[in-house]
Design a protein around this ligand. Structure first.
Ligand code: ADP
Ligand code: MG
Length: 318
């Protein structure tokens, strides 16, 4: 049973936004109710088939890391009334995604291979191969586009174009390094390498910078297995990635890179199953806990809505 989308009318609801993956309900312009659906996106396109358990995996991995990092970086989360739902404070989202990378992988590698030695204003050393580490993690921001693709941008351009104020941007950079260091440390404890990830920030009602959205999930991050990483690099063998990258690679192999006119290859049952397996595998690895699929009831949507309404009652709605 997958949940592709929700269509609730919640007490106090003032806005609704359907993201690529999450359904976001605004309550009284103050709170957000975020439902992680089973939709999957790649190259900024939502794929035609949903992935069983993906929403639960995503929501619970994010919850795990948001709770663990809260003492280090303030975030938006208040409660998790259902395995797929997070409720928290709405912030004014800053229009920049803070991408941070410890290894030359994915988009950074595709740029590097094409000859680029400066990424988002950051100079890259010569002589690296795919998946090699950078001397230290680099921040390669992207604009958060309302429509279409996110684009690489440099710190200089963000400041020159006034997308974010300098003091706010400095805080975002500091938080990004803190979160990445903690995420890397937690991953290593479980035998994983946090390769790269992205964070989103917003301004709280008092003007302070807070972490929003999900963190350290397979949608927003890449992980490698720590064991054998060095040997595989040495021998020039591929790294096994725990992330959405294999979905991107599968799409590229099928002739789809999100460009106009390209068709999404057919998602077979076997492929959909393999995606679920990877998401569950990552959940279990990264949290060290067995994945407990949420109980399937006769009407999961109604039950989810009831869980949300209960939680909103505690916040004074209606
Ligand atoms: N606390 C928050 N305040 C405001 N916006 C948020 C908050 N947390 C997450 N968001 C936004 O909610 C949306 C989550 O849904 P998602 O499926 O990721 O959408 P998108 O396709 O825009 O990435 C994102 O646009 C994210 O920026
Ligand atoms: Mg998103």
């Amino acid at each position: 049973m997958t949940i592709r989308q929700t269509d609730f009318t919640l007490p106090g609801q003032t806005a609704f936004y359907r993201g690529k993956v999450r359904d976001v309900y605004t309550i009284d312009d103050q709170y957000l109710v975020m439902v992680a659906s089973d939709r999957i996106s790649a190259f900024d396109v939502v794929l035609p088939r949903a992935i069983p358990y993906k929403g639960q995996v995503l929501n619970q991995i994010a919850a795990y890391f948001l709770q663990a990092t809260k003492p280090l970086v303030p975030n938006w989360v208040l409660s998790h009334p259902n395995p797929r739902v997070t409720i928290g404070l709405r912030a004014d989202a800053l229009r920049v995604e803070m991408v941070i990378r410890a290894y030359l992988t994915g988009h950074a590698w595709r740029e590097y291979k094409a000859g680029s030695r400066i990424l988002c204003g950051v100079p890259l050393p010569e002589g690296l191969k795919e998946h090699d580490p950078f001397p230290r993690p680099i921040i390669t921001p992207a604009t958060k586009a309302d429509e279409g693709h996110d684009e690489d941008i440099s710190r200089q351009e963000i400041l020159e174009r006034g997308i974010v104020a300098p003091a706010v941007y400095a805080q975002m950079e500091a938080f990004t390094h803190t979160l990445f260091a903690e995420g890397s440390r937690m991953a290593r404890e479980r035998g994983l390498l946090l390769v790269d990830t992205k964070y989103e920030f917003g301004l709280a009602a008092d003007g302070s910078v807070v972490l929003i959205d999900e963190i350290h999930t397979p949608d927003s991050s890449r992980y490698f297995y720590l064991e054998g990483y060095e040997d595989r690099q040495h021998r020039g063998e591929p790294q096994k990635q725990l992330s959405k990258e294999f979905v991107r690679e599968w799409l590229i192999a099928g002739g789809f890179q999100g460009k106009a006119g390209q068709l999404i290859p057919e998602m077979t049952d076997a492929f959909v199953d393999s995606v679920t397996q990877r998401y569950v595998e990552l959940y279990e690895h990264i949290t060290g806990q067995r994945f407990e699929p949420a109980a399937t009831t006769s009407d999961p949507l109604a039950d989810m809505e009831a869980d949300i309404v209960q939680a909103l009652k505690r916040l004074g709605y209606p």
